[in-house]
Write a protein that binds this ligand. Structure first.
Ligand SMILES: NC(=O)c1ccc[n+]([C@@H]2O[C@H](COP(=O)([O-])OP(=O)(O)OC[C@H]3O[C@@H](n4cnc5c(N)ncnc54)[C@H](OP(=O)(O)O)[C@@H]3O)[C@@H](O)[C@H]2O)c1
Length: 241
């Protein structure tokens, strides 16, 4: 455990998801205080008990609801970092992509990210300036390989477009917020080794997939005050995939 994140408050959206649970576990292991807004209650006990006093689970928050997101960040008066993992995925060729699906993918991936970025920035700015070089805070988003290379988005064009929006938002905000010492980055995973992906692709070589814990390590660094200068980055976390 490094001392850098000890006691720091960090919001993790999508924190009850497959990647989210690994990120939450990593941040708790680093001593952070973690806030997880959840749309629905995960089945079973997603989080371990020993860290319960530093883990705040907030149920029934839909991150496409502007008022709900504003309320979430207004209660985080000492926010240090905001990690935006909420998202969703669909495979569909263009002729099978409904307008509802297009809108849904943009809402789930891009709108949640936009609202949380905006409210995190407002929360950072409500705090007194920190001394030294660490700046006001950190934001970490999650894009996808289709955002780096849209050719990979064949048969999932709506998802690719939504994650491209996340990528563009990340780079633009990385520039806009740099003068205040708010670093904005995104991790860009390849296929993650999750139970859902294993079930969907049982015959794939799972050993080449990136583990959630490996992505969590990158997120923890990007969200840390130890990250003094990495900003506006789309950081590939591809494992051997
Ligand atoms: N899995 C992969 O191979 C892969 C590859 C590249 C990028 N990614 C990205 O990485 C992120 C995490 O992936 P994952 O596999 O961990 O997905 P996951 O297990 O489906 O987790 C996604 C989480 O986001 C939450 N969420 C979605 N929309 C929300 C909303 N409107 N309000 C509140 N919460 C919302 C979900 O809540 P509910 O349970 O209520 O739906 C869930 O907890 C996603 O953004 C995904 O696009 C994944």
């Amino acid at each position: 455990m490094s001392a850098e994140l000890a006691g720091r408050r960090i919001v993790v959206t999508g924190g009850a998801g497959a990647l989210g649970r690994a990120v939450v576990a990593r941040l708790l292991a680093e001593g952070a205080r973690v806030v997880v807004p959840m749309r629905s209650r995960p089945a079973g006990s997603a989080f371990s008990q020993p860290d319960a006093e530093r883990l705040e689970l907030l149920p029934s928050i839909d991150l496409t609801d502007e008022r709900a997101v504003c309320d979430l960040y207004e209660r985080c008066d000492d926010l240090w970092a905001s990690v935006h993992l909420a998202g969703g995925f669909e495979i569909a060729s263009i002729d099978r992509t409904s307008l509802a699906s297009w809108r849904g993918l943009h809402e789930t991936n891009a709108t949640t990210c936009f609202l949380c970025c905006r409210e995190a920035v407002r929360a950072f700015r409500r705090q007194p300036r920190r001394p030294g070089r660490e700046g006001l805070g950190r934001i970490v988003n999650v894009a996808a390989q289709t955002a780096l290379d849209p050719r990979r988005g064949a048969s999932m064009a709506a998802y690719a477009a939504a994650k491209a929006a996340v990528a563009a938002l990340t780079i633009a905000l990385g520039e806009e917020l740099a003068p205040e010492g708010i670093w904005v980055n995104a991790v860009v995973p390849s296929i993650i080794d999750t139970p859902a992906n294993r079930a969907a692709m049982p015959d794939a070589d799972h050993a080449t997939w990136v583990a959630p814990e490996e992505i969590a390590e990158a997120v923890a660094f990007l969200a840390s005050p130890a990250n003094r200068s990495v900003r506006g980055g789309l950081i590939p976390v591809l494992g051997r995939g």
